[in-house]
Design a protein around this ligand. Structure first.
Ligand code: AHR
Length: 619
């Protein structure tokens, strides 16, 4: 077939930063992921109330001395409330993330620990071992003195490689020893930055040459909502508030995040800004709008709380851009970055379900920001879907108010992406620009990547209205998958890009300056989107399926499964719990019941699921 290009013609100019990345702390993307810290639960703040699988000693095992976690006035800091207490002699070992602490032969690892003792001079020995306890480093010997907290540091060099290492901390003498912030970083972080990023992951992100980084979420920022939690919590708990995430790491509170696990905030706003700068990307933070969003429908009417969040957002802009003699600019300078970070865009809200309630709050944020920082582009929201009443209402509100840019999100089947290449051809050129903050076809297979590549040609053709576009979440720890698709996958020692990563890289590193008219003739129909005719022949119980058949509109049987074998041909739907085959039926785990999208007999859900699988490659 033939593609004819009119190189002299001119179409939309393509912004240099059209393609970016979306980082959310989901799938354990931060701790145990991009954030290079190797010790899990380093400040003993894990809490059963946040996750039933946690205790304050999660990740730690006793090596003697009755280790226990204490929360009293002897704490290291008011926001780092718990610490470990040992009777001497005693000790603990840390298990690291995934299978353990990964060590590379000859590499150096920087240890730091805060400690105090009732002993005269307490000898503290730190070493890295294999899972059986055999030493892989020479012991690091420190002496803890005094009843006041002090930081002790040292370096360990691995003499052998492992992916199942352990950190052992043991102390002699008499009396008690208190420990907190037991931290171990590879010296070899991205660009060698202290408190830095894991190099392989950061390099894979940098290799995309992203034009921007959207962070820190996603639903993570939707204050007041939490996956599976009923009661809204408008205050700190389970909500991401940027001021919690800056300053000395031992003074940062940890928190349960939206996705149900502990976040240390070691990777905080300063680190996000620094990382964006390091990879040449525009930072694009998202702040909560005081409406729940993300599938829940609540809004707070607490004006004082709203005022505080608006003030926090103004302070965030000052933290990023203010002079060093401004209160928040001074905080940035104290963290080692006197120069401004050059923040230009900021989004308020994520996947908002309550259009009018959201927009009333957004309007107040926007007015306050524009009054003080008219140069900042404030990005509005269009809800969780690519279409529908919420989407339409939010677009109308944004358009009527002259909002500069609106965030769109959609996760759809490969067929949808093939059929919707022209989505933006008819968007109003005089209205708000589109920030496509999250999109992906619903899996990480080759056909998904192919459908996304086809779709991106439509994005580029419409680069005069789509200003920014970032794929689904950037990272997924293979042992903590809460959402797929994702761009880059990893475990404690390796990382690999998905097929979609390769597509993103192709487009991100080959962005043109402008669109030129082109025409293709004789295009073979290698992709045949199948649009419907899905038949579930049996509903077994409210949460089980049996004998599923999927046929195309033409009547072709695409596949049938009576679930007498394994579930391996099935892929769990992102965020909707686990699936498995039990007694010849395909069943949902309890987690699915938490998701409002899934309910027995919900036809929209059936379409959503099976449409993914009803797209076939042919020809
Ligand atoms: O990226 C995963 C989730 O998908 C995000 O938190 C949310 O914005 C979207 O629904």
């Amino acid at each position: 077939y033939t593609v004819t290009v009119d190189a002299t013609g001119s179409g939309a100019a393509i912004p240099d930063n059209l393609y970016g990345v979306f980082f959310e702390d989901i799938n354990s993307a931060a701790d145990g992921g991009l954030y290079a810290e190797l010790v899990v639960n380093r400040s003993f703040e894990y809490d059963t109330a946040d996750n039933a699988a946690y205790t304050p000693l999660t990740g730690w095992t006793a090596l003697g001395g009755n280790p226990r976690v204490v929360d009293d006035a002897g704490r290291l800091h008011e926001r780092n409330r718990r610490y470990l207490l040992l009777d001497l002699p005693g000790g603990v070992a840390n298990a690291g993330y995934n299978t353990g602490i990964p060590l590379a032969r000859g590499q150096r690892y920087d240890l730091s620990v805060h400690a105090r003792t009732t002993g005269a001079a307490t000898p503290l020995t730190v070493s890295l071992t294999d899972a059986a306890g055999a030493a892989l480093t020479a012991p690091l010997r420190l002496t803890v003195r005094g009843t006041g907290w002090a930081e002790y540091t040292g370096t360990l060099t691995a003499r052998a490689a492992t992916t199942t290492g352990r950190l052992r901390v043991s102390a002699g003498g008499t009396g008690t020893l208190a420990l907190d912030m037991v931290s171990l970083f590879p010296r070899d972080t991205f660009l060698g930055r202290p408190n830095g990023m894991r190099r392989d992951l950061a390099e894979k992100i940098a290799a995309l040459r992203p034009g921007f980084v959207r962070f820190p979420g996603g639903c993570l920022v939707n204050t007041g909502s939490h996956y599976g939690y009923e009661a809204p919590d408008w205050e700190r708990r389970r909500s991401y508030q940027w001021k919690d995430t800056i300053g000395p790491v031992e003074q940062r509170a940890t928190n349960a995040n939206f996705w149900g696990y502990n976040q240390s905030y070691g990777l905080g706003y300063h680190e996000y800004f620094q990382f964006a700068e390091d990879i040449g990307a525009m930072p694009l933070p998202v702040v909560p709008a005081l409406v729940t969003g993300c599938g829940q429908n609540r809004a707070t009417d607490d004006p004082a709380l709203l005022r505080r969040h608006i003030q926090d957002t103004l302070d965030l802009i000052e933290f990023a851009n203010g002079p060093v003699d401004s209160p928040w600019g001074a905080r940035r300078a104290a963290m080692g970055h006197p120069r401004p970070f050059g923040l230009t865009h900021l989004a308020v809200g994520n996947e908002e379900n309550l259009p009018d309630e959201y927009f009333a709050r957004f309007t107040q944020f926007r007015a306050a920001i524009q009054a003080r920082y008219p140069e900042i582009t404030v990005v509005g929201n269009s809800g969780p879907d690519d279409t529908g009443a919420t989407f339409d209402r939010l677009w109308q509100l944004n358009r009527d108010a002259g909002v500069a840019m609106v965030d769109e999100h959609y996760y759809n089947s490969p067929g949808w992406f093939l059929e919707n290449n022209e989505r933006y051809d008819d968007y109003d050129r005089a209205g708000p620009k589109v920030f496509l903050g999250e999109y992906a076809s619903q899996d990480n297979r080759f056909r998904n990547a192919l459908a996304e590549a086809a779709y991106l040609t439509g994005i580029e053709r419409n680069a005069d209205v789509v200003s920014l576009a970032s794929y689904a979440p950037l990272l997924a720890n293979e042992d903590h998958v809460q959402w797929r698709p994702d761009l880059i996958w990893f475990n404690n020692h390796a990382s690999w890009g998905s097929a979609s990563y390769e597509v993103q890289k192709l487009f991100m590193t080959n962005t043109g300056d402008r669109v030129v008219p082109s025409e293709a003739t004789g295009t073979p129909s290698t992709l045949e989107p199948i649009t419907g005719a899905v038949g579930l022949s049996t509903w077994a119980t409210s949460a089980a399926y049996d004998d599923v058949r999927v046929t195309s509109a033409r009547g072709d049987e695409l596949f049938a499964d009576d679930f007498s074998g394994t579930a391996e041909r099935w892929t769990p739907i992102a965020g909707q719990g686990d699936w498995s085959v039990v007694d010849g039926r395909y069943v949902q785990s309890d987690a699915v019941a938490e998701n409002t999208l899934v309910s027995a007999g919900d036809p929209s859900w059936r379409d959503y699921d099976l449409d993914v699988r009803a797209t076939k490659l042919s020809g």
